[in-house]
Design a protein around this ligand. Structure first.
Ligand code: HEM
Length: 513
């Protein structure tokens, strides 16, 4: 009777089916583990007991990374995850191994394919020639100076709209995450696609929805064994809806640009200077068939937005620290005022904001958006410099959370010292190092090697311009003058700043001593 009621209940049946498929998937991954016997495991590693670790990884990856870092200092360990065994590197000494490895040995693209299931969640054809990466690295980065005026103008319009200033003495409490998210998407798109599109609510929302859908759907698809991905990948994907909506906005623009290019060629006066045009003009990186395809260009606009939205959690991390560190706020304001008196509100001014750069970097050091980072997939058996052999097919990553708090690298590793990096820069021979966007073995935020984030210079400029605007125009605090930074949000390896927290703002007052 109970059995009958079970089989006639579609919800119970589908739950059972998912559990059965998950069991198949995990036991396959477990048996593949015989190839890893020489690498220590965190937690129990029996067929059934390893499920405990899988569950812990889903619910508290930070605690596990810290435990693995303590138990296996400067070594390599493994954990069972929904995506199979994952290898975690506990030392910056392995950065050199990763940098030396070719894409055919340790692949960024294949790691992304497993973690984000980008074939289903983003676009099936995009990664066969990811030329948008070259466009970001070259045209986009080269144009940050030229586009800075627009970025600043958009901030000056978007921030007061989302964080309204009242003339009275009252503070206004704002749910920070959605406000910052909208400002980021609008400001980034002022630079990427310009006016009026960057202010179009439908355009903004479709990009936000798409970015959110990628993580959520990849997680669901990864619950299923690979042979079912072509089916579940069709069901759990936000890309078709996003593409349909985006094409309505971009198709006429792209077609007009292609027509103008054909008519005027190199003589085109007043040619737009934006991401769409940089893609169309990228002869050295992609064939015309790609650069003139509406579908292809739309997919790359979606993907650059997916990257740009990453800045949101970085800004939140810094904003929460601003709200809890009024003394540092005053010191940074003095620096900003003297720089802007000299340079005006310019890109050159942003580059000189050394204390703000340090404050930002220190905020993210303690609130990175993932517990582990810099993912690669071994396409062949790979031997690390300590002799550890990692079998082909394995996902490899660094214990970034623990590395960024390591006392040997950062004395007082768990303490927030806002001007730590500015002080490090003050030491002899270190003047040009330790910036937020500078990549080093100790600073893994933007990755490593040939796949290091190409958008980091744009992100750094946009984020610092945003924070400078807040510092110069707002007082910021938490309710009841609390100095507690809100707990982190944690789903799977995502560990970014709390997305529920509220922050209080008011129009900036002169400081009374
Ligand atoms: C604070 C903000 C950002 C953070 C923390 C961040 C972080 C990262 C990381 C960790 C990687 C992987 C690097 C590796 O594995 O070695 C990456 C790659 C990438 N990022 Fe960013 N990113 C940010 C902003 C941006 C922005 C604004 C853009 C676009 C304008 C962007 C576009 C990309 C692209 C296209 C890749 C793939 C690179 C490749 O395929 O070689 N990111 N980013």
């Amino acid at each position: 009777m109970e059995f009958l009621s079970l089989v006639s209940n579609p919800f119970a049946l589908s739950t059972l089916a998912v559990i059965a498929l998950l069991t198949v998937k995990l036991s396959r991954a477990y048996h593949a583990g015989s190839k890893f016997k020489h690498i220590p495991t965190l937690g129990p590693d029996g067929l059934w007991s390893s499920y405990i670790t899988v569950f812990r990884w889903l619910t508290n990856s930070v605690e596990m990374v810290e435990e693995g870092y303590r138990l296996y200092p400067k070594k390599i360990f493994r954990i069972p995850t929904l995506d199979g065994w994952q290898i975690i590197l506990n030392s910056t000494k392995f950065v050199d191994d990763l940098r030396r490895a070719s894409d055919e040995q340790l692949s960024f693209v294949d790691a992304t394919a497993v973690i984000l299931r980008d074939y289903y969640t983003i676009h099936p054809k995009l990664m066969s020639n990811p030329y948008h990466v070259d466009v970001i690295r070259h045209s986009l980065t080269r144009n940050i100076d030229a586009g800075f005026g627009d970025i600043q103008e958009e901030l000056e319009s978007a921030v007061p709209e989302k964080i309204p200033l009242s003339e009275g003495t009252d503070w206004t409490e704002i749910h920070a995450w959605p406000a910052v998210l909208e400002i980021v998407v609008r400001t980034a798109n002022r630079f990427l696609v310009g006016l009026p599109l960057c202010r179009d609510p439908d355009f903004r929302q479709l990009n936000i929805d798409f970015a959110m859908s990628v993580f959520k759907n990849a997680m669901i698809i990864n619950l299923f064994p690979e042979f079912l991905h072509p089916i579940v990948g069709r069901v759990f994907s936000g890309r078709r809806v996003a593409m349909r909506k985006l094409k309505k906005h971009l198709q006429p623009i792209i077609e007009e640009r292609l027509k103008m290019k054909e008519i005027y060629g190199k003589e085109w006066q007043d040619k737009p200077n934006d991401f769409i045009q940089w893609l169309i003009d990228a002869e050295e990186f992609a064939p015309l068939s790609q650069r003139s395809s509406v579908e292809d260009i739309c997919a790359r606009v979606l993907v650059v937005n997916f990257g740009a939205i990453d800045s949101t959690s970085t800004i939140l991390a810094a904003l929460y620290r601003l709200a809890s560190n009024p003394d540092a706020t005053e010191i940074m304001r003095n620096e900003l005022e003297s720089i802007t008196r000299r340079e005006g509100t310019t890109k050159a001014a942003v580059t000189q904001m050394q204390l703000l750069d340090s404050f930002l970097k220190e905020s993210v050091r303690l609130s990175p958006s993932t517990a582990v980072g810099v993912f690669r997939r071994a396409l062949k058996d790979f031997t690390f410099s300590d002799g550890t052999i990692v079998p082909s097919g394995t996902i490899i990553t660094f214990a970034t959370w623990a590395i960024m708090r390591d006392e040997e690298i950062y004395p007082g590793g768990s303490e927030f010292r806002p001007f730590r990096f500015a002080e490090m820069r003050g030491q002899e021979g270190e003047g040009t190092k330790h910036h937020f966007s500078t990549v080093s073995p100790e600073w893994l935020l933007f990755g490593q090697g040939r796949h290091t984030c190409p958008g980091r210079f744009f992100a750094s400029t946009e984020i610092k311009a945003f924070l400078a605007y807040i510092l110069m125009n707002y007082d910021v605090k938490f309710r009841d003058d609390s100095k507690n930074v809100p707990e982190r949000s944690a789903t799977q390896v995502h560990t970014g700043p709390d997305v529920e927290a509220r922050v209080m703002f008011r129009k900036r007052r002169p400081k009374v001593d």
